[in-house]
Design a binder for this molecule. Structure first.
Ligand code: ZN
Length: 429
């Protein structure tokens, strides 16, 4: 099939050349268009003409989420208001949202990036795409929708919630592709099973975004829908929105759109690059974003770059699935733990359900305790709980060097939600 949204270049050298041009343009554009950036760059003693090679990126100062909130309501705005056609904001839970402005070209570029995601997932224009993510001021719905229309497949914009409409559409319109958070995909699969309609469904590809998902959960979703592929779509409001990359059908990592942004993977403490293949914080510099360009934006998301070449032959580099956020890390009894560590351990166990929770408490003895609630497998009785809990406990102690209390609970007893599920509860203060 003809590729319409892939980059025109073939080699890494061409990509680097394009990145350098984009970096020069971005620094110049931000310096002349934004008082915030001008002040930052002046303070760091860097002028746009100082950017001569890609290595000069490292001379540029960082931008953080706090900067964005501090400059509310128009942070990083680098164009006059008359050039802005839309705003989006993060779905932050507290305080000031992170607001990004978009020019017509930004919206256009974003649609192209997203259409490339659908192309990477091997969709055709005959595919029907049921979109189960939120529509509103955040970027999710708009991104999936515009990208689908740009690509030319049929969009079914249902949004989250309203399970009944979802089930009805799944049967009546026979969508072949589902776009949802992992929690929502699992919820829909389980509801479809309850209603006895799984056999009538035609979903073959699921594009999952915005949430870390355990292997157990992914296996469950695939099994219930009998889907051929699960794809991971990364993205954050600050970098247009969802659609900044996708894994191809080989699933060897997420190809990211390096012709639209430079991705640095840095040690969150030292802010120096990590060794190739090691986990670090994703730091973004956009190459053609006009409204709210990013220069070394610290996302707090953690992942690693995947070295080598994908069997698909793409020149677009790859990063791994997101393993968590640097601010999600918790410390218990002096040990640094990311919730993804617990996911990994649990995913090696058969005989457990798809949800879990991590609870941190301070005991009357003043010590910290970690309790992990794990669902037993669907249809399993409580007879094996003690042994299962013991095995998981041993694995946690071995892998994390800290003891956890494992509590096995009934299948389906932990909350399911179409939104991002909260799995970590820190009750210490
Ligand atoms: Zn590939």
């Amino acid at each position: 099939m003809e590729k319409r949204f892939m980059p025109g270049f073939r080699t890494r050298e061409e990509l680097l050349e394009l990145q350098l041009r984009g970096l020069k343009w971005t620094v110049d554009h931000a310096y002349s268009g934004s008082a915030f950036y001008r002040e930052r760059l002046d303070k760091a003693g860097v002028r746009p003409e100082d950017i001569r090679t890609l290595d000069d990126l490292r001379r540029l100062p960082f931008v953080t989420a706090d900067d964005l909130r501090g400059e509310y309501p128009w942070p990083l705005r680098s164009v006059p208001f008359e050039d802005i056609v839309r705003i989006h904001a993060s779905s932050g839970t507290t305080g000031k949202r992170k607001v990004m402005v978009y020019t017509a070209k930004d919206i256009d570029d974003w649609a192209d990036m997203f259409a490339r995601c659908y192309e990477t997932a091997g969709l055709t224009r005959e595919d029907r795409v049921q979109i189960c993510v939120g529509y509103g001021v955040w970027t999710a719905g708009a991104g999936f929708q515009n990208g689908c229309e740009r690509f030319g497949a049929i969009a079914l914009p249902v949004g989250p919630g309203n399970i009944e409409i979802h089930l009805q559409f799944l049967v009546d319109f026979q969508p072949t592709v589902l776009c949802a958070t992992a929690s929502m995909a699992l919820l829909l699969a389980e509801e479809a099973e309850k209603h006895g309609i799984l056999d009538k469904l035609t979903v073959r590809k699921i594009i999952m975004g915005a949430e870390r998902s355990s292997d157990t959960m992914r296996a469950k979703i695939r099994e219930l829908f009998r889907a051929d592929h699960l794809f991971d779509i990364p993205g954050l409001t600050e970098v247009y929105g969802p659609g900044t990359g996708l894994d191809c059908e080989h699933h060897t990592g997420i190809h990211y759109w390096a012709d639209y942004y430079i991705l640095e993977i840095l040690d969150p403490e030292t802010l120096e690059p990590v060794n190739e293949g090691e986990v670090g914080e994703m730091v973004y510099t956009t190459l053609r974003k006009e409204g709210s360009p990013l220069i070394r934006y610290r996302s707090r998301d953690l992942t690693r770059l995947i070295p080598g070449q994908c069997p698909c032959g793409s020149v677009l580099p790859r990063h791994d699935r997101l393993t968590g956020r640097s601010d999600d890390m918790f410390i218990i009894r002096g040990v640094n733990i990311y919730p993804s560590h617990i996911d990994e351990i649990l995913s090696q166990h058969r005989g457990i359900g798809s949800e879990h929770q991590i609870l941190l408490d301070r005991g009357p003895d003043g010590k910290d305790y970690m309790t992990i609630k794990v669902e037993r497998a669907r249809g399993a009785g409580p007879g094996g709980d003690t042994e299962l809990g013991r095995q998981i406990g041993v694995d946690i102690r071995k892998a994390l060097l800290v003891r956890g209390i494992v509590e096995i609970v009934d299948y389906g007893s932990l909350p399911r939600t179409g939104r991002k599920a909260q799995r970590l509860f820190d009750n210490r203060d």
